[in-house]
Design a binder for this molecule. Structure first.
Ligand code: ADP
Ligand code: MG
Ligand code: MG
Length: 455
């Protein structure tokens, strides 16, 4: 359509008319007008612990006993996690064809405001599948630099840090592609049916094309229709070999019908480097996060790494199991009595699933004596100091809001057999949202892109 438009040389008015439907469906990603202050020491702490988290995720993904024990109660009640777990078991029983491992994750933090007014870095979660905004955020520092310059704040503008996660993530994908060892093979981005975040993904894709690596974009449906394995379980899409499958889809139950589950199984059985493989996706569940915070768990997973463990543990917030038994009963009762201290989290990704305040109390009251309770975990609610900013969203009125921010650090690692050949932090992401005026916390709007201004 677009080509035709230009080939036929429309006038401006005609062009607007022809493009109108497209202008409606393409929006800019929302962003803050101004960068937000981030304590330098906490920013540096978050970067410094990223390689440790890469190691940890990689260790968890290789520890069958730990995954089995940790998820045992969850998979009894959570069908989605159970289905993922079944595929995990199935590919292990068959024997893994994949020998190169590629992990791309994003560890997210908030700055908890302590009693003496000093802030502490607290991990919210780690995303091991489809961690997004590494592309778009590679552009946000430029936007904020421009805004500060326009405001006459050129000194401040010059202090904004360069940041290019797209490049770092592409480096990991390229390394995995290279180790897979077939010049003709492509990288496949597994994308959504309705592509809401395509430009974010394109930033990474372009980095790969610039390295002469071919990229194709496919949906689960395409894999079902065109995918096949050869005798050594090499993956082919309509005759084209795939070296790396980069999932930007597949983390919510709604996308999986029976065909898509079959497609997922095909991918997991294949020799292609999955980013992430299904074990690594399971390593990113909220239940695993909660068990990692249990006394002694990190020591078992990372023996001989006391400093790594100390750095990781220093970022943990209070996390609590709701498994059946006395420990779960006690914390459930505490949360019902004082819901504002906690966040209730199911095993879901992508935002909008957590429960707070009154809703947390109601749900927990209802499920406190049912096995359903174990599909959730409880977490201490982090309470950052709000700051003022403008959130710029298409079609929304401009107004100043009280905001809180969440800092994400991208991590990338590549392992070949037992040897870790790449382990890096790949850049950062700052997202900022308005707080709810009523309870001073909770998830009001969805967060928008921001840039840290270190103080
Ligand atoms: P998801 O995997 O859906 O992104 P998160 O654990 O990141 O789940 O929670 C979604 C959002 O909820 C976070 O981006 C954050 O704004 C808020 N949130 C999550 N955990 C906490 C917490 N412990 N304290 C305060 N806010 C939280
Ligand atoms: Mg998540
Ligand atoms: Mg999150």
């Amino acid at each position: 359509m677009a080509v035709k438009v230009f080939a036929r040389n429309y006038g401006t008015a005609d062009l607007t008319a022809v493009l109108h439907p497209y202008l409606q469906v393409v929006n800019y990603a929302p962003f803050t007008l101004l960068p937000s202050a981030v304590p330098r020491a906490l920013f540096e702490q978050a970067y410094a612990v990223q390689q440790d988290f890469n190691l940890l995720v990689d260790a968890v993904s290789q520890n069958k006993e730990f995954l089995e024990q940790t998820l045992a109660s969850t998979i009894k009640v959570d069908d989605f996690t159970a289905r993922l777990f079944r595929i995990y078991k199935q590919v292990l029983e068959e024997g893994l064809a994949q020998t190169v491992v590629l992990g791309i994750n994003r560890s997210d933090y908030m700055f908890d405001c302590g009693l003496e007014g000093t802030a502490a870095l607290r991990q919210i979660e780690i995303n091991t599948i489809a961690a997004s905004f590494g592309g778009l955020t590679s552009r946000t520092a430029d936007v904020h630099r421009l805004v500060l310059n326009v405001l006459g704040k050129s000194e401040e503008a010059s202090q904004l840090l360069p940041n290019n996660p797209a490049k770092g993530l592409a480096l990991g994908i390229a390394k995995a592609w290279e180790l897979y060892g077939s010049q003709r093979a492509v990288v496949m981005f597994l994308v959504e049916e309705v592509q809401r975040n395509i430009f974010d993904q394109r930033c990474i894709e372009i980095e790969l094309w610039n390295r002469n690596i071919r990229v194709v974009r496919k949906r689960f449906r395409d894999v079902f229709e065109q995918g096949s394995l050869d005798a050594s379980r090499r993956l082919y899409m309509d005759g084209q070999e795939v070296a790396v499958v980069y999932y930007r889809e597949g983390y919510v139950p709604q996308v999986y019908d029976e065909q898509n589950w079959e497609a997922r199984l095909l991918l997991e059985r294949s020799r292609a480097v999955k980013c992430p493989d299904i074990a690594t996706q399971l390593a990113g569940t909220k239940k695993v996060q909660q068990e990692l915070s249990r006394q002694g768990t990190l020591e078992k997973l990372l023996p001989g790494h006391p400093e790594t463990i100390a750095r990781i543990r220093a970022t943990f917030a209070g996390l609590y199991s709701l498994d059946e038994g006395e420990e779960g009963d006690r914390i459930a009762a505490t949360a019902i009595a004082d819901p504002d201290r906690f966040v209730l989290k199911p095993q879901r990704e992508g935002g909008g699933n957590n429960l707070y305040g009154e809703e947390l109390r109601e749900v927990l009251e209802r499920i406190k004596d049912s096995p359903e309770r174990t599909s959730y975990i409880l977490m201490d609610k982090i309470k950052p100091q709000p700051a003022l900013n403008y959130l710029l969203r298409a079609h929304s009125p401009l107004q100043v809001s009280e905001c809180i921010s969440e800092l994400g650090i991208f991590g990338v690692y590549v392992r070949q057999g037992r040897e870790l050949v790449l382990n890096q932090a790949a850049g950062h992401l700052l997202r900022t949202k308005a707080i709810e005026p009523a309870d001073g916390g909770g998830a009001a709007g969805v967060a928008v892109l921001d840039t840290p201004y270190l103080v």
